[in-house]
Design a protein around this ligand. Structure first.
Ligand SMILES: Nc1ncnc2c1ncn2[C@@H]1O[C@H](COP(=O)(O)OP(=O)(O)OP(=O)(O)O)[C@@H](O)[C@H]1O
Ligand SMILES: [Mg+2]
Length: 454
């Protein structure tokens, strides 16, 4: 376990000594400060991993210290210690960038140990991930940007880095829009196969017969319409990676064929009996519950075990809300640049709303909301008016309502607005997009989504 350099900030000497002595006994390096001013000075001149910060102190408050410290070094983890245990204090601190909070009096030192260990682990992962990234840069491979702050994602990226260099088949599970494809690409880029292709096959997009020839290729005349020989996707991916998306949709016959290939590493083009061999790494993804499909008998267990030598589960965005602020900043910058707009960010109110929303469509949904907001924004700072949901959906008790209901009613509303705009514009998409204040691209996307005629 990595040890940390910890700063304890508390006006009470006894508290500092209790915590300090204990953390030192656990192998950490401890520095103390008895007020906020001193804490800020100490941080500015030293190196710290973690600050345990008393919320209520005479002079500078814990919240002010937190803000200044984050300015000096955003990488420092800050845990707020509050005597009141009120939710408001804690929430305010978390919003200002604290990683967690503890309530006074800290009698249960167990809780402290668990928290500090968790932070130590997370910092270790982040450090390792940085090294991975540097390694990529050195090899001249540019990985797609995966934005995250949460410990959960840090762990996943770390795991991806460790499995990348092996040939082990990886199964990525996660709800729609959680970044499965992005992760598959990262694994490929981190692997020694990075200079060979990653070939993506979507198992739903193709009819079963076509899928077979798509994967394995076919000889001229193998079936009606096969007028030339075709190289299959497995051959294209030789030396590289094959990414089978939506693997849960694979038909029973294709499951058998794929299993045979995985067992024997040999296949035949459709219409040929010559055995061919290729060297490919398998990554597959699904947003279904494959275990359940196996239990129900719709997915072969022998294939399942071959595919999931390593399983990576991407948590939905609502279970890693710490990632939202970083994602927002990233997308705003990206779409502002793409659209040539001088948008700097969100008003506090809008940001608050974005942090509270549940994102049933995960990061893809957040990304779409960001693109739309940037495109329609009139000011430098995007307001709640530019968001597809309103603050009054999120009042106290509606907080507890299932968000899917909210989502449905919003979808209905959106669909209605789009239909009206299309009617007004006499089906001219450019004009309809103008009326709606969204890009044509976004309009086309929405038309498709709601299955409206375009
Ligand atoms: N951590 C992240 N940082 C930045 N962008 C992300 C992140 N995760 C996902 N995205 C973006 O969100 C979108 C959806 O991601 P992706 O296509 O990888 O999800 P998916 O799980 O494969 O979704 P689906 O199940 O619908 O196919 C993409 O545009 C992707 O670039
Ligand atoms: Mg996908």
């Amino acid at each position: 376990m990595r040890t940390l350099s910890i700063l304890i900030v508390d006006d009470e000497k006894s508290q500092r000594e209790l915590l300090g002595g204990f953390l030192q006994s656990q192998g950490h390096t401890v520095t103390e400060a008895e007020n906020g001013e001193k804490a800020v000075k100490t941080v500015a001149s030293g190196h710290f991993d973690l600050i345990l910060l008393d919320y209520k102190m005479p002079g500078m408050s814990g919240l002010d210290v937190l803000k200044e410290v984050k300015q000096i070094n955003p990488e420092i983890d800050v845990v707020i210690i509050t005597a009141y245990g009120t939710v408001e204090t804690a929430v305010e601190a978390l919003k200002a960038g604290a990683i967690d909070y503890l309530t006074k009096p800290i009698v249960e030192l167990d809780e402290l140990v668990i928290l500090v260990n968790r932070i130590a682990e997370r910092r270790q992962l982040i450090q390792e991930n940085k090294l991975l990234k540097e390694d990529l840069n050195k090899r001249g491979v540019t990985a797609d940007k995966i934005i995250y702050k949460s410990g959960k994602m840090a762990e996943i990226i770390n795991l991806a880095g460790r499995v990348a260099t092996s040939k082990a088949s990886v199964l990525i599970q996660g709800e729609s829009g959680t970044g499965k494809e992005l992760l598959a690409r990262l694994i490929h880029q981190l692997s020694l196969r990075a200079d060979k292709p990653i070939v993506i096959v979507n198992c739903v997009a193709l009819h079963e017969n076509l899928l077979e020839s798509e994967l394995f290729g076919h000889e001229k005349g193998a079936f009606t319409g096969a007028s030339t020989r075709r190289i299959g996707r497995f051959e294209e991916a030789d030396g590289g990676t094959i990414f089978l998306d939506e693997i849960g949709e694979l038909s029973p016959t294709m499951q058998v064929k794929l299993l045979r290939f995985l067992q024997e590493r040999e296949f035949q083009r459709v219409g040929s009996n010559v055995n061919l061999q290729v060297d490919v790494r398998f990554i597959s993804a699904t947003n279904r519950n494959l275990e359940r499909q196996v239990a129900e008998g719709s997915f072969r267990d022998d294939l399942f075990y071959r595919l999931k030598v390593v399983t990576i589960s991407l948590p939905p965005l609502r279970e890693r809300k710490e990632d939202i602020p970083a994602l927002i900043d990233y997308f705003v910058e990206k779409f502002a640049k793409e659209n040539g707009k001088n948008v700097k960010g969100f008003t506090l109110e809008a940001r608050d709303l974005l942090l509270k929303y549940d994102y049933p469509g995960n990061i893809r949904e957040l990304e779409n909301i960001m693109e739309r907001a940037v495109v329609i924004a009139r000011e430098e700072y995007i307001t709640t008016n530019d968001l597809p949901f309103k603050a009054d959906f999120l009042t106290e008790d509606s907080d507890k309502k299932p968000y899917s209901a909210l989502k449905e009613s919003l979808d209905e509303l959106e669909k209605k607005l789009i239909m009206e705009a299309m009617e007004k514009a006499q089906d001219n998409q450019t004009r309809a997009a103008g009326i709606l204040g969204i890009s044509e691209r976004m309009l086309r996307y929405k038309l498709k989504k709601y299955e409206l005629k375009g």
